[in-house]
Write a protein of this length. Structure first.
Length: 245
């Protein structure tokens, strides 16, 4: 893995990364809070690095403002060959459009971690080949809405998703789940520190093998049952072999 840390002390700038078009494999790009503008970020020429498969973009602290962070991330758009993407510590309010662009046709794994200022999630359901999704530490999201899935009449959302991990959404109360087939290929499902969530969880879980739930007290009924274990869904969990509560 190649690690590239942008900082005031080490003298490395994002421009230096632009001189390395043949980078391949994994790239860990940190210190993004030290990039002053989207124009500077464009000098990295991330979209031209077609040999990269795994990319981590990390902010270690707040940027000058949320708009600067948004512009920086917008200009760090990876090549369409990227398969694994992690965005950590991002301090923008919204995500750029390229994150759900059809050009990311090979994206298999996505992690959004500690993006504490974001008020909503992108339309991730339209990433057709996404197999693993991790959403952690999104403190300002109040609900997972229809926008999370996109146009379900045109494309079945999350049609390839096998692993879903949701952790630390302390303010989120609602999780909209559209009718029809959604999350029906899940094999691993983890939902942790989602204390205000009310309602039901995904129901079509016939392939689910591993399920973990913790600190989701509003999902427990007065008789101590979890909503996922109601009489209708229980017979459909025929593949479940690991349960942690």
């Amino acid at each position: 893995m190649t690690a590239f840390v942008i900082g005031k002390d080490n003298g490395l700038t994002i421009k230096e990364l632009g001189k390395l078009p043949m980078l391949r494999g994994k790239l860990f790009l940190s210190g993004l809070e030290n990039i002053s503008s989207g124009m500077d970020a464009s000098l990295a020429n991330m979209e031209g690095k077609k040999n990269l498969e795994k990319l981590t973009l990390k902010w270690n602290g707040d940027a000058n403002n949320s708009q600067v962070a948004r512009d920086v991330l917008d200009k760090l758009r990876p090549h369409s060959s990227i398969k694994y993407l992690k965005i950590e510590g991002y301090c923008g309010i919204t995500f750029p459009n390229w994150l759900v662009n059809p050009s990311l046709s090979r994206l298999e794994s996505l992690s959004l971690s500690s993006c504490e200022y974001c008020h909503s999630l992108p339309t991730l359901g339209q990433l057709r080949f996404l197999q693993s999704l991790e959403i952690v530490g999104m403190h300002r999201i109040s609900a997972l809405t229809q926008d999370f899935y996109g146009d379900v009449s045109a494309t079945k959302p999350f049609q390839s998703l096998k692993k879903l991990r949701i952790n630390k959404l302390p303010k989120s109360e609602r999780w909209h789940i559209p009718e029809g087939e959604v999350f029906n290929r899940l094999e691993e499902f983890s939902i942790i520190d989602y204390p205000k969530l009310i309602g039901e969880l995904p129901q079509q879980l016939s392939l689910l093998q591993s399920f973990e739930i913790s600190n989701c007290s509003n999902l427990v009924s007065p008789d101590g049952r979890l909503s996922i274990f109601n009489e209708e869904i229980q017979p459909k969990l025929s593949s479940l072999c690991q349960l942690r509560i």
